[in-house]
Design a protein around this ligand. Structure first.
Ligand SMILES: *Cc1c(COP(=O)(O)O)cnc(C)c1O
Length: 461
């Protein structure tokens, strides 16, 4: 957590409100937006941003807000991070695109080399680059099916894997993602997740895995399973951290079953949870890993990295896309990875968790609506319930989120039941800003904005 990373051109690292939220210029832009942008695209907080850096977002009215969203875990390295900006400027002046499938360039190869070094396991690896998390997940499934010659894909309750047609089939939640967008792709099987807060008290990870594996074996059949696909910590589903032992048991089962274990680390990857990848926490080595979000400091890039024999099983031309591994995005990724390595942003994520968890647990003592405080590193959430029950309280989550927004702190909601407040600060946020944001969250619980009105949609993705 160092201000240095914000760069000389970053806005002052402060929370400062000069108008109501949203201010008059944002309201004007919101009116223009309504007349031209599809109503299907939602917004958590309608302040239009003009500048951002370190741990703050500055809007068009001059308000400076503390960012606990990082563009949904994307700008982990900080917004407009100095090294990323420099690398992008240099690349964009050299060339902007050739299409790697037409004429290649070094940046793409260098990113794949880094991914081979950084991802779990010391086996031979290969990578392919794409543009979005959905594309990475969809391609991981293609590769697993192709390499195994099998079709069934196992996913879990509360999973979020994207918005393309295949990834919608993999995603659990109907509203807002799937509603009336079907039909969805076949051969997707959903299993119960390990969800310690809602599972029977004391259920171990091994027991939760056995519950899922019994269903897989009886309802799909061992030899039909191409892949087991899981987020090591579920993101949009509510930052659900499975019980210790759950992920290793699934990965072990895949090894014996001849199925591919795919970790969707689109949200958890790139230092977010205090390791380079969340799988490392329990020593899990995925066969394939899907990556995006934090990989390139805000530029669109995604990847599938995995065992050479799986990745190379695909015939030439079977994987690709016009923009996949765009040179500017690759330059940004190399600068992002370098920054994470040099400044040890995995350690920064752990420090963020060590700062947030005790404060939120103390808050839980005072506010019995906080049923659970969980997460790892800089991926932290509170789940809100009607006190003394497991009954979700999405309305309160919305009211607390809006109270944070009104006070100049950007927080996101999540969860199958919409009752989770999730915190994803940039890993370079200063300790002072983070502490101030926690003070604001405290105030927001003490005085959630009254009433209203419409239920806030869960922050999409
Ligand atoms: C965001 C997300 C995706 C989808 O990524 P997009 O870039 O929005 O397509 C997939 N999986 C997980 C776990 C995510 O958090």
């Amino acid at each position: 957590m160092t201000d240095l990373l914000a760069g000389a051109k970053a806005p002052p690292q402060e929370r400062r409100l000069v108008t109501e939220i949203p201010g008059p210029r944002s309201r004007e832009l919101a009116a223009r937006r309504a007349a031209t942008v599809s109503a299907g695209v939602s917004t958590t907080l309608p302040v239009f941003i003009e500048r951002a850096g370190g741990g703050v977002l500055v809007d068009v009215d001059g308000n400076s807000l503390i960012d606990l969203g990082a563009g949904i875990a994307v700008v982990s390295v900080g917004n407009a991070a100095p090294k990323v900006v420099a690398a992008v400027q240099e690349q964009v002046e050299a060339f902007t695109h050739t299409c790697f499938m037409v004429t290649p360039y070094e940046g793409y190869v260098a990113v794949c080399e880094e991914l081979a070094r950084l991802t779990p396991g010391d086996h031979e690896k290969r990578s392919a680059l794409f543009n979005s998390g959905s594309e990475a997940v969809e391609n991981a499934v293609k590769i697993a099916r192709h390499a195994t010659g099998r079709q069934a894909v196992v996913v879990f309750d509360h999973a979020y894997h994207g918005r393309t047609n295949l990834t919608l089939a993999l995603t659990a939640k109907n509203m807002p993602y799937k509603h009336r967008f079907g039909p969805f792709a076949p051969e997707i099987y959903r299993m119960p997740m390990s969800y310690p807060f809602r599972d029977a008290r004391g259920m171990t990870g091994a027991e939760a895995a056995a519950r899922a594996l019994r269903l897989i074996e009886t309802q799909i059949g061992v030899t039909n399973v191409a892949a087991v696909l899981i987020e090591p910590i579920q993101g949009e589903g509510g930052f659900i951290v499975p019980a210790e032992g759950f992920l290793p048991a699934l990965a072990d089962w895949c090894r014996t079953a001849g199925a591919v274990f795919i970790a969707d680390e689109v949200q958890t990857g790139f230092c977010r949870t205090g390791d380079w990848f969340a799988s490392e926490h329990e020593g899990v080595v995925p066969d394939l890993i899907a990556l995006a979000k934090g990989i390139a400091g805000g530029l669109p890039l995604a990847a599938v990295t995995g065992r050479a024999e799986l990745m190379d099983a695909v015939h030439s031309g079977g994987l690709g896309g016009t923009y996949g591994g765009n040179p500017v995005a690759c330059a940004a990724a190399l600068a992002t990875i370098e920054t994470m390595r040099v400044h040890d942003l995995a350690a920064a994520a752990r420090t963020i968790g060590d700062t947030m968890l005790p404060r939120l647990r103390a808050l839980q003592e005072r506010f019995p609506a906080i049923g659970d405080v969980r997460g790892r590193g800089a991926m932290i959430a509170v789940e809100l319930v009607h006190p003394g029950t497991l009954e979700p309280d999405a309305e309160l989550a919305g009211r607390v989120a809006r109270a944070c927004h009104a006070r100049g702190v950007v927080v996101l909601t999540a969860g199958t039941y919409g009752n989770v407040l999730r915190f994803l600060p940039p890993l370079v946020i200063s300790r002072d800003l983070l502490t101030e944001a926690l003070d604001v969250i405290d105030e927001a619980f003490a005085a959630p904005v009254p009433g209203p009105a419409e239920m806030p949609p869960a922050t999409p993705a």
